[in-house]
Design a protein around this ligand. Structure first.
Ligand SMILES: Cc1cc2nc3c(=O)[nH]c(=O)nc-3n(C[C@H](O)[C@H](O)[C@H](O)COP(=O)(O)O)c2cc1C
Length: 353
């Protein structure tokens, strides 16, 4: 049976209002043998859905009930921002894993593969946000919807070009709002590739500027656990970024989507509208690039005898993929693309022997 909890033929607004689209049976999860630790929180498991598919507290609630104990509330901003026009996700033709040579190169849309674990998509939303008035109340509601041993994480993004604050200040400001709303762990997105190559999307690979922003956020949220979301980068650059940021942050979530140019048969942008040729890709085909970054983060943590938290994200499509990353040494594992189509992924993760 195939599911489509996030319906990619619908707009972001329709998914926000009416999703997730799931009428199947709710799984009965096996008894929890041992509680796990994430920062100072006791949780049922270290499995989550990363920032993206969970558009509001209702989405977080449904996925928590499906067994994803660490749902991340989709990235919000300090100001309202509309979404790129639909479609926001398209299936891609990708039989093989991407390598770093594929980054930013062209590729074509495809069909949904027979096997869900082979799904690769591009997603392009442009980090939309409702007004803080709406999302702050909704975060409060989301926290109340979590079951015992479940923890909602809140993702935020700074916004450039505001009259009232510069970008660095806005990162601090929005993170403080997320904390005020009840965010128990704050994740900051430094790596959205769908923002037309702007500064806010490229921050993750810039050691000095990202550290400047992290310092500002740390000042504004006190000792609330802070993770920053990174994209793929080579090991030497990753080292510089982690070294510069580790005084201010508690953990690193990686990776965000891999940027590619998604072209139609005429060679134009497959996604409608300005600035959407480059678009983030995720799911099956980014697994190896994501695993490489997890492995590099673990190496750095070992080398420096540090204890920063590693939240591994990217290309985990099966329970086995998720467990493998935990066994490597990741502290949390999260699936976005797989969870959009597979309501029972968490259940299989919990039943995995
Ligand atoms: C529909 C969708 C929306 C996303 N939106 C965000 C976002 O708002 N903020 C963010 O940090 N990452 C976002 N992402 C990226 C995911 O958090 C994740 O890093 C990426 O999809 C790789 O994981 P995957 O291969 O399991 O999909 C989004 C991903 C998807 C599929």
């Amino acid at each position: 049976m195939q599911f489509e909890l996030y319906d990619i033929s619908k707009t972001y607004e329709e998914n926000y209002q009416d999703g997730p689209f799931f009428e199947g049976e709710m799984p009965t999860r096996p008894a929890i043998k041992q509680m796990q630790k994430v920062f100072d929180f006791e949780v049922n498991s270290r499995l989550g859905v990363p920032a993206g598919p969970l558009l509001n507290s209702h989405w977080c609630d449904v996925y928590a009930k499906l067994g994803f104990d660490l749902p991340v509330y989709k990235t919000v901003r300090s100001v309202e921002r509309t979404c790129h026009p639909a479609p926001n996700c398209i299936f891609l033709n990708a039989d093989d894993q991407f390598t770093n040579r594929d980054i930013n190169t062209e590729m074509k849309p495809g069909e949904r593969p027979e096997l869900d674990e082979k799904i690769t998509i591009t997603n392009s939303f442009g980090v939309p946000s409702l007004s803080p008035e709406v999302w702050m109340k909704d975060i409060e509601a989301g926290n109340k919807k979590m079951g015992p041993g479940q923890l909602m994480i809140v993702s935020v993004n700074g916004t450039p070009g505001l009259a009232e604050r510069d970008l660095v200040e806005d990162y601090g400001y929005v993170a403080a709002m997320a904390k005020e709303a009840g965010g128990k762990i704050i994740e900051v997105n430094y790596s959205c590739p769908n923002l037309g190559g702007s500064k806010e999307g490229a921050l993750f690979s810039d050691p000095e500027n990202s550290a400047l922003v992290s310092k500002k956020i740390r000042e504004s949220i006190g000792d609330t656990p802070l993770m920053i979301k990174l994209g793929w980068m080579p090991a030497d650059q990753l080292e510089k970024v982690i070294e510069a940021n580790r005084p201010y942050v508690d953990g690193f979530a990686a990776i965000n989507t891999i940027p590619r140019k998604i072209v139609n048969d005429q060679g134009g942008s497959a996604l409608p509208g300005e600035g959407r040729l480059q678009s983030g890709t995720c799911g099956f085909a980014i697994g190896e690039l994501a695993e490489e970054v997890t492995s590099n983060l673990i190496d750095l943590r070992t080398k420096w005898k540090d204890d920063f938290v590693i939240c591994s994200v990217g290309g985990m499509m099966t329970a086995q993929d998720l467990h493998r990353r935990l066994e490597m040494g990741a502290d949390m594992v999260m699936s976005a693309t797989a969870a959009m189509w597979d309501p029972y992924l968490a259940q299989r993760f919990h039943e995995y022997k």
